[in-house]
Design a binder for this molecule. Structure first.
Ligand code: SF4
Length: 472
């Protein structure tokens, strides 16, 4: 994988009401491109009918070849939902691109999903035993089948009651956008794993997105998060109603959104990602001080932690790793492993003039497999670094994620490959320290530490997912 980093599965953006729905969807989705580059899709409605367009590749390409009928003002787009996808859960098939659009009880319904369900296998077997036919291998389609079943059994044609009934049967992580031709819905699982926030605009539009970075570019102002276990419904007049469809014994916001995934300009789970990342760097400098001449961030994700580390330690920061912005930013196909390895090697190159003869302290946000870190240390030494130290702004990853993040299998995680005492030597470093879990959690302020999921660090899964080994 490029950068030896985990991949987020998806990003969501929905717009209802106001002027320029399509333009806002384009801008909002584009700002969420970092959450998935394999496929993009958008579904729109004009009050009477819906249209869908999705394809492999990036958001710019998707909006560059929309059907011309969409651009005709007479079509009158009034709402829409969009999705960017990195395909691993459910595979990378083109058919798994989202939104999914189906006909349900005479209405066209669309759905876009960020997250992973933990009981998807059991639900799929149960539905197949009842005769359900699946067109995709995604968890998302399960929710549509459960809605259809709820409609048949007891929800008497009320689509959003059927959705609530369906969501009470699924477990795991989901932030969702759904729509019909004349309504839009946002919902979030009761544990609150994945972020989802709402904004409004001065012309009466509402924007819903995975990250608040999507709001500025759409001219919207943040209102609030969709709460865990909440469903927010916009009717045909854009009036909002809200209902709680489920409660959880605790919340489980993904702390790794703050460490790595979310863009620094976003607020997620009530905190500024920029501020949290800098605080993690400051805390790391307090926990693991270093005698070094220069602090060097691993761009881009290590940058803000490095700013905090340099601020706390008083050691100057220098941008001594030069990034080739044209590697890994085009269409990323998860099947092209060889090509991705080449990309990883070509992406960051040390600048000898900034490094030669110096004691270098690298700051990175995580080590997943360790292969990229190892080759980076080698290239710094080759460029003349006298010492190379590494500080990591989260604890070691030792466990898999079942809630929407693509980590390699446990045995492939760097912290599981070699004994704890040998990690530093294995990377050919002069010193290596990770931020402690308590230190990491001390950097988020909006919720208490027990409201965050840290399962990929400590193996404490907030719910027991299907497929979890017996020793956990
Ligand atoms: S296991 Fe890790 S990556 Fe997955 S939701 Fe929990 S904190 Fe986030």
């Amino acid at each position: 994988m490029v950068d030896d980093k985990p991949r987020e599965y998806c990003g969501l953006c929905g717009v209802t009401g106001g002027e320029g729905v399509l333009e806002r969807l384009h801008a909002g989705l584009h700002s969420l491109q970092h959450r998935g580059q394999e496929a993009a899709g958008v579904m729109v409605g004009n009050g009477a009918e819906c249209r869908l367009h999705k394809q492999p590749g990036l958001v710019g390409a998707l909006f560059g070849c929309l059907p011309t009928a969409w651009l005709d003002p007479r079509f009158g787009i009034a709402r829409g939902i969009g999705h960017v996808r990195y395909g691993t859960a459910g595979g990378s098939l083109a058919v798994n691109a989202q939104p999914l659009m189906v006909n349900m009880a005479g209405q066209t319904v669309g759905i876009a999903h960020n997250g992973t369900l933990c009981n998807a296998g059991a639900l799929r077997r149960e539905l197949q035993a009842e005769g359900a036919l699946f067109q995709t291998t995604t968890d998302t389609e399960l929710i549509l089948h459960l809605m259809a079943r709820a409609l048949l059994r007891r929800c008497h044609g009320n689509l959003w009651e059927a959705l609530a009934e369906a969501l009470r049967q699924v477990q795991g992580a989901y932030s969702l956008l759904l729509m019909t031709a004349d309504t839009m819905v946002a919902a979030r699982d009761p544990y609150g794993w994945r972020p989802l926030a709402i904004a409004d605009t001065s012309d009466g539009s509402y924007v819903v997105a995975s990250e608040t970075i999507a709001f500025g570019v759409t001219g919207a102002t943040t209102l609030r998060d969709v709460e865990p276990g909440e469903m927010v419904i916009w009717d045909h007049n854009n009036r909002i109603t809200s209902q709680r469809f489920a409660e959880a014994p605790r919340h489980a916001h993904c702390i790794f959104e703050h460490v790595y995934f979310a863009r620094p300009g976003s607020r997620v789970f009530g905190d500024s990602v920029y501020e949290v990342r800098k605080a993690m760097g400051r805390q790391l400098a307090r926990e693991a001080p270093v005698d070094a001449d220069v602090i060097v961030p691993v761009p881009d994700s290590g940058l803000y932690a490095a700013l905090g580390f340099a601020e706390q330690s008083g050691i100057p920061l220098d941008l001594a790793l030069s990034r080739n912005h044209y590697v890994g930013r085009t269409f990323i196909d998860p099947a092209l492993k060889a090509s991705r390895l080449q990309q990883a090697g070509a992406k960051l190159q040390p600048i000898p003039e900034a490094i030669a003869g110096k004691r270098v302290c690298l700051i990175d946000d995580s080590i997943v497999r360790g292969n990229t870190s190892r080759s980076r240390v080698g290239s710094l030494r080759a460029a003349g670094a006298r010492e190379v130290h590494l500080r990591v702004s989260c604890p070691p990853h030792r466990y898999g994620c079942f809630f929407g993040i693509d980590f390699p299998e446990r045995a492939a995680l760097f912290a599981n490959q070699v004994p704890a005492g040998d990690l530093c030597r294995s990377l050919r470093l002069d010193s290596l320290h990770y931020l402690s879990q308590a230190g990491m959690l001390s950097c988020v302020k909006a919720h208490p530490p027990e409201d965050y999921c840290c399962a990929c660090f400590d193996g404490q899964y907030p719910v027991r997912p299907e497929g979890l080994p017996d020793d956990l």
